[in-house]
Each structure stands twice: as structure tokens, then as C-alpha cells.
Design a protein around this ligand. Sequence first.
Ligand code: FMN
Length: 90
Amino acid sequence: MKVLNLYYSMTGNTEKVAKKIEEAVKELGHEVDTIKVTKKDMEWDILQYEFVFVGSGVYMWLPGKPLQELYMTLLAKYHNTEDIKEGSQQ
Ligand SMILES: Cc1cc2nc3c(=O)[nH]c(=O)nc-3n(C[C@H](O)[C@H](O)[C@H](O)COP(=O)(O)O)c2cc1C
């Protein structure tokens, strides 16, 4: 299985968790791309992955800003291309 392991970490805790997830996924024999989100768009297609982990610390009750912005970018992108149907679970 092709797995995407996205995370945002300001002080390193979520990064440690993301590394553990990467180890576990590899041990199970799957391919995994672990990526720290630092900007609001991605060069690659999230739909090429069969399973996606998303992790973030909580900052003022919310996930990290780069991750929030990435969500909004992906929402607009896949909504416009209709690759993800309206009302699909996110
Ligand atoms: C600026 C800042 C704001 C935070 N706000 C919250 C919060 O609103 N609620 C909460 O439960 N924890 C909050 N925390 C705690 C972090 O979510 C927690 O330390 C987390 O492990 C940080 O993850 P990271 O090390 O991957 O950045 C905050 C931490 C920081 C540094």
C-alpha cells in the first residue's frame, strides 16, 4: 500500500510521532512518504496514496497554520476538478 504521512510540528512532538508512524508502516511492508507541511500547496497528487495520516500539534485550539492552509488548498483543488465529490468525507 502507498501511504502518505503528513504532519506539522512546531516544537517537535508531532514529528516524533510521525517518525514512529513511518517506522511502523515500513515494518508492515508498505511504502511511505513522510512529509512535514511547511507551505499551503503540494507538488504531488494526494489521490495517488491509498492511506493518509495527518498529524499536528494543537495551537490555540487549532492545527498548525500551514496544515490548515493546505487543507483549504486541497479542498478547492479537488472540488474544482471534481476528483472528490461534494459531500465526501474529508
Ligand atoms: C503556541 C502554542 C499554543 C498551544 N495551544 C494549545 C491549545 O490550544 N490546546 C492544547 O491542548 N495544547 C496547546 N498547545 C500544546 C501543544 O499542542 C503541544 O505541546 C503539542 O505537543 C505541540 O506539538 P508539536 O511539538 O508537534 O508542535 C500549544 C502549544 C504552543 C507552543
